[in-house]
Design a protein around this ligand. Structure first.
Ligand code: NDP
Ligand code: PYR
Ligand code: MG
Length: 761
């Protein structure tokens, strides 16, 4: 197990066990391959395979460009490594690099809808590596080389670029250089420095470092103001030990021999070396308002906390997502390839790289529009020391960078397809991304800024304890562990959880001084509903849900999460005995189904069995409200088996009536119905009803009844490969969330975070 310094872990750090569990969960690894065409009938087979497949074969043989029309090549990138420089962990071999390469492949998909596959090549021999890759060209639209050590990577990349007619891009070199250069331009601007007079030290003289230095020199940085260092110290003119031609090209005329000597008075320091390479003394010796990019992964050369202890005038960036200013090639490679693929570029040239630098640097200087604020944890960042570069979840990246890259490819003559309508292309690009990940990231961050006390009502269960620990570890607030103390302690011991860490508190119902207050509260609510005082006593003494909900009702906790040991409706009844709906609202459940890059909100998946027309209209309003709060402009479809009156039937009548009620209420969101699910979700089918008032496929589906809501979300999960979050309870006066029975710890912590978010400020 790697030795990680626990004290220096930032807020969102995960434990080693969590990382292993995540990778092992379900189907091991992070990728699978799915067909894009139906493969159900004899005819499908005849088309997809023999004899039909022969037709595109001949077409491609006659005109190779048609491979982009008839195969997956045009959207497919190989992520290729031999594992000789895995992050900052060193040469751990091809097989060990696979988790990182799978990770890069899923980032391609997640951020830019580029399909990608990882290929680990088990050789350190440069010629063997080149020969292995050079013949793969027909399979891919581009090659992303990753984590190959210097100087081999330079030879490999330049030879493959000559041998292949598709983009070959060593991400650690150029991806890193592009992001670092963009961040540097902005940091120089903020500190009033000039590119030509700034003094920069780069620690590390490998793939990333050499490329960074080359790019910034190409952009006008004075060569005499740059000093590179490696494990042997300063790379000075005349040095012979540990040199190669790429280091020699940047050897400095200087008397400095150690990093410490070189760093005295430096304006900028780039770390592309190893964890902990910068000392406090070095940082202290830098010029005023120093610019420190500690980019080693997973642990930087020095942490922002350590720098903050030494000086308060630094602009600080790291390669990590859990600190401000993430200078990491994830901001580049998905979008750079997106742009290159979309114009079928033969290469990624300097013009395209510089276009990406400028697009990225400019984006950080622009005002962040309202619909992007969610990606910034609900804050509107302003160009400044804490914001020199956009965050990876910024939804503007998907349009800004590919457009700039594609345009530069066209202008520099390497595009094999010309895009004339760049504005239309930018719109298409935006539609490729679903904001759910940024929405959830923002939700977590908001909670982190106003941490909440959440009762975990079933804390004797192991997965609940794990979720509580994760809640505390992520600094979302205090997890109140409700249960019998001896049992909680026994479970914690079995699970290896240290209950003494900050952020975990046991609430032992038996000895709580608040028991009488909760009994009085509950009795006052229930006495006219047939409950005796001793019934209230029994509920508080014996039932965790009543105890937890009373804690929340009386302000002893901000919210609660339950549901592991009891079915949903029973848990909800327990809670409803203690907590009412918010005035003017209706309590409903909304599930989020995340499928193929698209999120739909489905309601009501928890409460109303057979809602009336009035109730359906309320459900539409509540669900639209949640969608809007989560950053989705709601387009609500009220679903039925029929569409706009056909086939007619009594059951659709209620739905039609609900639409009329919404008309009368003059609600401020798009809605229409009744309609079948394919009309709601498929633009082409919807176009057959030109009078439909939805401006695009629905993102909020109001189901006609609980059974259809429940059946469809469960089918989406089991058969459609969707991730389903929820049901999220909305409309209650206090923040309560109920998980499904047997939910995993990751689901429980999500629901706890949603409860904390619901608890507001
Ligand atoms: N934030 C980001 O986006 C990225 C960050 N990186 C990080 O940059 C680092 C280097 O990666 P990469 O260039 O691919 O790897 P390479 O193996 O190509 O190069 C590593 C370089 O770092 C030098 N080095 C290692 N330890 C030290 C040290 N303690 N002091 C000075 N120099 C040292 C090596 O020196 P020598 O030549 O003497 O062996 C070598 O020059 C890694 O930590 C990686 O995670 C890389 C790519 C992207
Ligand atoms: C981010 C990255 O590619 C690296 O650290 O190697
Ligand atoms: Mg890398």
């Amino acid at each position: 197990m790697p030795d990680i310094d626990k004290k220096n872990r930032p807020a969102t750090s995960v434990t080693d066990q969590e990382a292993l569990d995540f990778h092992a969960m379900g189907r091991p690894g992070k990728l699978e391959i799915n067909p894009t065409k139906p493969m159900a009938t004899q005819r499908d087979l005849s088309l997809a395979y023999s004899p039909g497949v022969a037709v595109p074969v001949k077409a491609i043989a006659a005109d190779p460009q048609t491979a982009y029309d008839y195969t997956a090549r045009g959207n497919m990138v190989a992520v290729i490594s031999n594992g000789t420089a895995i992050l900052g962990l060193g040469n751990l071999g091809a097989l060990a690099s696979k988790p990182v390469m799978e990770g890069k492949a899923v980032l391609f998909k997640r951020f830019a809808d580029v399909d990608s596959i990882d290929l680990e090549i088990d050789t350190e021999n440069v010629d063997e590596f080149i020969n292995c890759v050079r013949f793969l060209g027909p399979s891919f639209g581009g090659i992303n080389l990753e984590d190959i050590k210097a100087p081999d990577c330079f030879v490999i990349e330049s030879r493959l670029r000559e041998l292949m007619d598709i983009p070959v891009f060593h991400d650690d070199q150029h991806g890193t250089a592009i992001i670092a250069a963009a961040g540097l331009i902005n940091a120089l601007e903020l500190t009033g420095r000039d590119l030509k007079t700034t003094k920069l030290i780069c620690n590390g003289a490998g793939a990333a470092a050499i490329a960074c230095v080359e790019l910034i020199k190409a952009m006008g940085f004075a060569p005499e103001n740059i000093i590179l260092c490696d494990t042997k110290g300063v790379i000075y003119q005349g040095r012979t030990e540990g040199m190669n031609q790429w280091k020699s090209a940047h050897a400095a005329k200087t008397d400095a021999r150690t990093l410490e000597e070189a760093m005295k008075g430096a304006d900028v320091i780039f770390g592309l070396s190893q964890k902990g390479a910068f000392s406090a003394k070095m940082i202290r010796s830098m010029a005023d308002r120093p610019i420190i990019f500690a980019m080693a992964n997973p642990d930087p050369e020095i942490t922002p906390e350590e720098v903050a202890r030494i000086r308060d005038d630094a602009i600080m960036a790291t390669g990590r997502s859990d600190y401000p200013n993430q200078v990491n090639n994830v901001l580049g490679f998905p979008y750079i390839f997106r742009g290159a693929l979309d114009v079928r570029a033969s290469t990624i040239n300097d013009a395209m790289k510089i276009a990406a630098v400028k697009a990225l640097a400019n984006l950080a200087r622009e005002d962040v529009p309202d619909d992007v604020v969610a990606a910034y944890q609900g804050n509107r960042p302003r160009f400044g020391a804490q914001y020199i570069i956009p965050v990876p979840f910024d939804p503007r990246l998907i349009s800004a960078i590919p457009v700039a890259v594609a345009q530069a490819a066209i202008e520099s003559g390497v595009a094999r397809k010309v895009i004339t309508d760049m504005a239309g292309y930018a719109r298409e690009l935006s539609a490729r991304r679903d904001p759910i990940a940024s929405t959830l990231a923002s939700l977590y961050e908001r909670v982190r800024r106003r941490p909440k006390r959440i009762v975990f009502a079933e804390a004797e269960e192991e997965q609940v304890l794990r979720a509580a620990l994760s809640y505390a570890n992520q600094q979302l607030g205090t997890a109140l562990l409700l249960g019998r103390e001896d049992l909680i302690r026994a479970t914690a011991e079995r699970a290896g959880i240290d209950l003494n860490r900050p952020g975990l508190e046991i609430v032992n119902a038996r000895i709580s001084t608040r028991v009488e207050a909760y009994i009085d509260y509950l009795y006052a609510r229930l006495q006219r509903k047939g409950y005796l005082h001793r019934d209230a006593q029994r509920l508080i003494h014996n039932d965790r849900n009543h105890f937890a909900a009373s804690m929340v009702a009386l302000g002893d906790a901000d919210g609660m999460v339950t549901g592991i040991t009891r079915n949903y409706s029973t848990a909800l009844e327990d809670v409803r005995r203690c907590i009412d709906e918010k005035p003017g609202h209706r309590v409903i459940g909304v599930s989020l189904a995340l499928c193929r890059g698209r999120t739909v909100f489905v309601a009501d998946t928890a409460v109303h069995d057979m809602p009336s027309a009035e109730e359906l209209a309320d459900i539409a309003e509540e669900a639209a409200g949640l969608a809007r709060r989560m950053g989705y402009p709601p387009r609500v479809a009220l679903l039925a088996y029929s569409t706009f009156g056909h086939p007619s039937g009594e059951r659709s009548e209620r739905v039609r009536e609900a639409v009329k009620i919404l008309d009368r209420r003059r609600v401020d969101f798009e809605y229409d119905g009744e309609m079948a699910a394919d009309v709601a979700l498929n633009r082409k089918v919807m176009e057959q009803y030109p009078f439909c008032r939805l401006s695009g496929p629905a993102n909020v589906l109001v189901m006609p009844a609980f059974h259809s809501a429940s059946i469809s979300t469960k089918m989406l999960q089991e058969l459609g490969g969707s991730t389903v979050i929820g049901p999220i309870l909305v409309g209650l006066d206090k923040a309560v969330q109920i998980t499904s029975m047997g939910a995993k710890d990751s689901d429980i912590v999500n629901m706890a975070a949603i409860a904390a978010y619901g608890a507001g400020s």
